[in-house]
Design a protein around this ligand. Structure first.
Ligand SMILES: *[C@@H]1O[C@H](CO)[C@@H](O)[C@H](O)[C@H]1NC(C)=O
Length: 268
């Protein structure tokens, strides 16, 4: 019966601002038409709609409950070869892996995520799917570390570049690309990319400020580096990466000869 719910994906698509979902949609239902359908059908369509919206967000989803709920809804349409559905399933599996502490489970989830991201890319529309490239890159990058596979790392980089070309307004994708550029010691590119992310959403991540400062430090721009590293220390941590960014920023500032009282946030 969920196949039938899935057939109404056209309606689901219309509820998503800025996200175009096409291929799987054969029937486009209006709100009025949907209201005439049996209750189970309406519930199924709405739960898929909600899951699609929740998983459209650029930043990380750190709630295990939200991930589970979204996964349950999208699993019902996981056999549909549609980019928008497949990359969202891939990101959920990736983010579930991020929350897991069990190595076997992490690898299992990441490989499953990779399969879905590949499916997303296989049916990618001509204009490109930033989500598919971004999450495929993140999955590969994580697998590269866990399986010590440097080809994955190279591949991940290409997909991140593609993601920001398709959607230059995603500060998180720009941040991830900037970090890779920094790791590749391409400091001027890293500064430019991380600044773009900052321009879209200033202070969205302590990690972005840290890498921006670190790249500026490496590029010899000491004053800019100090400004951004201080901002990284003082930013309110928003996710699990920000705490680490803060302590790295403190180390970098100490390396530049600053004393703790020059950058620590004062306890009131
Ligand atoms: C880790 O995950 C695997 C696969 O899901 C499972 O079989 C195993 O029991 C888990 N181990 C622990 C310690 O939870």
């Amino acid at each position: 019966m969920f196949r039938r719910a899935a057939a109404s994906f056209g309606r689901v698509a219309t509820g998503l601002a800025g996200v175009q979902v096409a291929a799987a949609a054969t029937v486009a239902l209006t709100d009025k038409e949907l209201s005439k359908k049996p209750e189970w059908y309406q519930i199924a369509v709405r739960s898929i709609e909600d899951a699609l919206k929740r998983t459209s967000k650029y930043g990380y989803i750190e709630s295990g409950a939200t991930l589970e709920e979204s996964y349950e809804a999208l699993a019902k349409v996981s056999d549909i070869h549609n980019t928008e559905i497949q990359w969202r399933i891939a990101r959920i599996l990736f983010e579930k892996a991020e929350l897991s502490k069990n190595h076997t489970e992490i690898l299992h989830l990441l490989h499953e995520a990779k399969d879905h991201a590949k499916k997303a890319l296989a049916v990618e529309p001509a204009k490109g799917s930033a989500g598919a490239h971004k999450w495929y890159a993140l999955i590969l990058s994580r697998l590269a570390k866990l399986e010590k596979n440097s080809e994955y790392e190279t591949e991940a980089f290409k997909h991140l570049e593609k993601a920001v070309t398709v959607d230059p307004k995603d500060p998180y994708a720009l941040h991830l690309l900037g970090v890779q550029q920094y790791n590749n010691k391409d400091y001027s590119a890293a500064v430019a990319t991380l600044q773009k992310a900052e321009a879209i959403k200033a202070g969205f991540s302590a990690s972005n400020l840290y890498y921006l400062g670190a790249a500026q430090k490496a590029a010899g721009k000491k004053n800019d580096a100090i400004t951004n590293l201080k901002a990284a220390v003082q930013a309110h941590p928003k996710n699990r990466f920000d705490g680490k960014a803060r302590s790295s920023a403190k180390n970098a500032l100490a390396g530049l000869g600053l004393k703790p009282e020059e950058y620590e946030v004062k306890d009131l």
